[in-house]
Design a protein around this ligand. Structure first.
Ligand code: NDP
Length: 292
């Protein structure tokens, strides 16, 4: 029987660190770090995510602002909103909540964000810095996954890590972070020939595919560590991850639950990135990234 990696507890620790850093920033600069979220349309899941980010910001001493825009705003008008946030001196970081409504090219919008304010880490400059192993703003969920491994005492060096999913927001960056930690990394996706066999070779599994309980507990190598990023509803409407939890818990050394695993870490690391961005903007030479 494996142990449960408690994302809520680790996220509370990260928020404590961020609160401390935000208060040092506020004392030095006469204002708190500022974070904005742009919410386009009325997708209920996106509205929920933005509300949880707003609440988390308030709790750690980050000044938050939500820019709510109609679904039919159009790409040019949305680009102008991005320009105005880029120019706003008290906004240190902002996110454009994805997905965007049909008809808006998300890449064009993300490319327009000032990389220094790109706290989701999705601007090509920041993704490029990550590939090069240089400091930049790194996507929040992958940072959260690495911190969970650290807090659980899992050293990735020399381990075989298998990442399921290759999105820019989770799969690719988490694979690059594991590579930086000297893991041997395999990235799987929808065209991978034998997913079960790949998972069976993994010491560390990071599942980010968005398919309810698709990864079977029986696929795991006994003693593997499992980070389940997926957030899905199963047929009964229950919130579940990408990994079949109970059988996986039996076989793994450790696993994150859903909910209460990676989810709280993502929000905590958005706050962390906001303070990093604020310090980098106002204190030249400050570190802009890191998993702690
Ligand atoms: P995307 O849909 O962008 O990417 C999914 C990836 O999974 C793709 O690379 C896709 O492959 C791969 N995939 C899909 N089906 C299969 C399959 N049957 N076998 C193998 N690979 C498959 O999703 P995201 O990366 O944005 O998110 C992944 C999951 O993580 C979702 O459940 C999402 O809700 C959750 N999530 C959770 C967060 C949290 O804070 N806990 C934060 C962000 C996401 P291909 O590239 O070939 O299409």
């Amino acid at each position: 029987m494996g142990s449960v990696i408690d994302g809520k507890a680790v996220a509370a620790k990260v928020r404590g660190e961020v609160r401390e850093a935000a208060s040092v920033f506020a004392a030095r600069h006469g204002r708190p770090p500022g974070l904005a979220a742009v919410l386009v349309g009325d997708d209920p899941a996106s509205a929920r995510y933005v509300a949880s980010k707003e609440k988390a910001g308030a709790e750690v001493g980050i000044a938050g602002k939500v820019v709510r825009l109609p679904a039919d705003i159009g790409e040019d008008a949305l680009a102008r909103v991005v320009d105005s946030l880029n120019a706003d001196p008290i906004i240190d970081g902002f996110i454009v909540q994805l997905p965007l409504p049909p008809g808006i090219d998300a890449s064009r919008i993300l490319d327009r964000i000032d990389p220094a304010k790109d706290v989701d880490g999705l601007h090509p400059n920041n993704l490029g810095l990550l590939v090069a192993g240089r400091p930049g703003l790194v996507p929040c969920t992958p940072l959260g996954c690495l911190r969970l491994l650290d807090e659980h005492g899992v050293d990735a060096r020399g381990k075989h890590a298998v990442v399921l999913g290759r999105s820019n927001i989770v799969g690719k960056p988490v694979a690059l972070l594991l590579l930086e930690r000297h893991a041997t990394v395999t990235i799987c996706h929808s065209r991978t020939a034998d997913l079960a066999a790949e998972v069976g070779r993994a010491d560390i599994v990071v599942a980010a595919i968005g398919k309810a309980e698709m990864v079977k507990g029986a696929w795991l190598k006994p003693g593997a560590v499992v980070i389940d990023v997926g957030i899905n509803r199963n047929a009964a409407g229950k919130l579940v991850g990408d990994v079949e939890y109970a059988p996986a818990l039996e076989r793994a050394a450790a696993i994150t639950p859903v909910p209460g695993g990676v989810g709280p870490m993502t929000v905590a690391y958005l706050m962390h990135n906001t303070v990093q961005a604020a310090r980098a903007r106002l204190s030249p030479g400050a570190a802009r990234t890191g998993t702690t």
